[in-house]
Design a protein around this ligand. Sequence first.
Ligand code: C5P
Length: 211
Amino acid sequence: MKPPVIAIDGPAAAGKGTLARRLAAALDLPYLDTGLLYRAVGRRVLDGGGDPADGAAAAAAAAALTPAELTRRDLRGPEVDRAASLVAAQPLVRARLLDFQRGFATERGAVLDGRDIGTVVFPAAAVKLFVTASLAARAERRWRERRAGGTAPTLSAVEAEMAARDALDAARAVSPLRPAPDAVLLDTTTLDPDAAFAQALAAVRARLDAP
Ligand code: C5P
C-alpha cells in the first residue's frame, strides 16, 4: 500500500503546526512545515536587501534556496511573516517550491502543513484537514507566543498584522488559502491542544480506514 499523505491547511496560528507534528509522530510519518519554505525565501530576499514584493527577487531567492536554510533560527517574527506572505503570492516562487514538497512525501508518505497542500500540492492526499479558529483566538495565541519569546507587541497590533496576512493569503491569485472541497473542517477556537489532537486523529483514522 502507498504510504499516505496527510494535508493540513489553514490560516496562521490556527494550531496546524502542533497538530501536524503530533499526527506525524502518532502515525510514524515524516513531517514538513511548508511555511518554512516561504519564510526562508522571504528571509533570503530581506538578507540581500531586496523587496519581498519584487517577483524577480523572490523567484531568484526561491531558486537558490537550500534545505539547510529551513533550520535557520531567524525565520519567525513580524518582518519574516510579512515577507513570507509576499513572496508566497509570486507564481514563480510557488512553482519552484512544488517539487521539493512533492518529493518530500515520495518514499514514506508525510504530514505536511501549509495553505495549499490539499488544493494544489497534493490534491489526491489520503486525508485533508482544514484547521481554523476565530481571528481573536488566533491573535491571542500568537500574542502569548511573542510575549513568551520576549517581545511585547499589543494584542491589537498582533491581530491587525494577522488579519492583513490572512487577507493577503486568501486573496492572492495563485494557490489562495481555501479549504479543499473534500477537507474535514476542524475549528479549534474553543479546543485545547489535546482536544484538537484527539479530534484530528479520529478524523484521520476514519479517512484512512474508509474503504
Ligand atoms: O504557516 P506559516 O505562517 O509559517 O507560513 C508563512 C507564510 O507562507 C503564510 O502566510 C503564507 O503566505 C505562506 N505559505 C503558503 N503556502 C504554504 C505555506 C505557507 O503560501 N503551503
